[in-house]
Design a protein around this ligand. Structure first.
Ligand code: ADP
Ligand code: MG
Length: 290
């Protein structure tokens, strides 16, 4: 089996994209023995540090094994680094060495995008050509590791980015974490329309676009009604699992130097993160391969 590419994406920031990516990676590896690669496309490096810890991330950064080095070749007109050399295996602070690997981001990634665009523009390329180059470069990279993993989870940056768009186009499945409130719903409708248009143009047919309620507060009538409304409109494309706003889930983000069990790490959130993984598999893994 070759890996399924899953992009975790939303235009909005702070909706739980990185938390969802890491939780999903860890439950798939621990409870389903899946081999998972997390690709961090966000220069904020949250997923990188959550999944590998600050020391290991520093080492990767020092060794020039962060994603910015993979994409900077065009701007510098130098030989690109092989994508495979960026992949750091066996990260996470969970006991039992679950199969979670990381392709880390770095703050410099932001500058690389700008420099790259500048280099393209100097050579009179249009934005479409730049987007195409990024998509191809991205696809070339993950293609070289497709056989090493069951799932490749891409944690996307918020906002509009050529990299996020590339991750959207390449994905077999897209997970959109969203806070169930009115403002988020407006954003979701716009984003979903644009995303569907982009992915429908993809060769091999459209990919699944799944929405998940995050930071859900059961005692807020607004959250209950908005989540129900999303379910009504989206049907099977909406997760039944809602990730509650919960201290233990936020706390799990902090790296532990002592390896811990999944239950120790996620505390009261362990059951729901596990249920998210189960539902994800039911929705994604059983869908026919594209
Ligand atoms: N279910 C949750 N319960 C409590 N806090 C959460 C939850 N999900 C995310 N957070 C917190 O909310 C903030 C944003 O989450 P994050 O996953 O970084 O979002 P994004 O990647 O979309 O910007 C972080 O401080 C994170 O710890
Ligand atoms: Mg994030």
């Amino acid at each position: 089996m070759t890996a399924r590419l899953v992009s975790i994406i939303n235009m909005k920031g702070g909706v739980g994209k990185s938390t969802t990516t890491v939780g999903l990676a860890e439950t798939l590896a621990v409870h389903h023995k899946a081999r998972v690669l997390v690709i961090d496309l966000d220069p904020q490096t949250n997923a990188s540090i959550m999944v590998a810890g600050p020391d290991r991330w520093n080492q990767l950064h020092e060794d020039e094994r962060t994603l910015d080095y993979y994409f900077e070749a065009y701007a510098l007109q130098s030989k690109p680094k092989p994508f495979k050399s960026l992949v750091e295996k066996k990260v996470t602070d969970l006991k039992g060495n679950p199969d979670v690997a990381l392709c880390a981001s770095a703050p410099e990634f932001r500058t690389v995008e700008r420099d790259m665009i500048e280099a393209f523009v100097k050579r009179q390329f249009h934005i479409e050509a730049i987007q195409k180059w990024i998509c191809e470069r991205f696809a070339q990279g993950f293609r070289t590791v497709l056989n090493d993993f069951d799932y490749i989870l891409v944690d996307c940056p918020p906002g509009i980015s050529l990299f996020a768009e590339a991750a959207l186009i390449a994905a077999d499945a897209i997970v959109v974490p969203t806070i169930p409130d009115y403002v988020s719903r407006l954003g979701l409708i716009t984003f979903r329309r644009r995303a569907l248009r982009l992915i429908n143009e993809r060769r091999g047919g459209p990919s699944a676009l799944l929405v998940m309620a995050t930071k859900y507060e059961e005692d807020m009538a607004l959250h209950r009604s908005e989540a129900a409304l999303l379910k009504e409109n989206l049907g099977a494309s909406m997760f039944d699992v809602r990730i509650p706003q919960m201290q233990d889930i936020a706390r799990a983000a902090e790296w532990s130097d002592t390896p811990r069990t999944f239950e120790q790490k996620y505390g009261q959130g362990a059951g729901i993160i596990r249920a998210m993984g189960d539902e994800f598999l039911a929705k994604v893994a059983l869908a026919p391969a594209l």
